[in-house]
Design a protein. Sequence first.
Length: 170
Amino acid sequence: MRTILIFPTIPPTVSATIYQIRQQYDPLAPHIRPHLSLVFPFESSLSDAQLTRLIRAMVAKLSPFELTLDHLGTDHHGYFWLRVTTGNLLLTQLHDQLYADANLAPFLRSDLPYHPHLTLGHVAPTAVPAILARLAPLPLKFTTTVTTISAEHILANGDSDEVIRVILTQ
């Protein structure tokens, strides 16, 4: 399994809080650092070299860009996150362009609407309102500059192995 994602640089004033929240509520926290998914996990015969070329082609004209994450969000499945506000449209366009490629199109999850975010946790849906109420006063807002797009292998134990880093250079 692989995925295409962004590992944002989180300012120190916020990173300890995000790591603490994820350690408490996100079962994936021990396996992967905070990230924004562009392409959800997929299994394909596409080689890493081919995937690298595909990502490079998609971002060839893309300069480093800013993202702001500043609103808590949730769904009905017990996930909760920090939503991307500034940069949301650009991430959505990049997501759509990646899935428009014939190599990735079969893996599009049409059952999951794409809303760029950084997952903070996954718990029983009934627990989410109380958790969000506790998190609301915390200083979670941050802005970061995206300079790389990555791809990872998801190892058998669930760990993330970043195998591709495409640097945005425009």
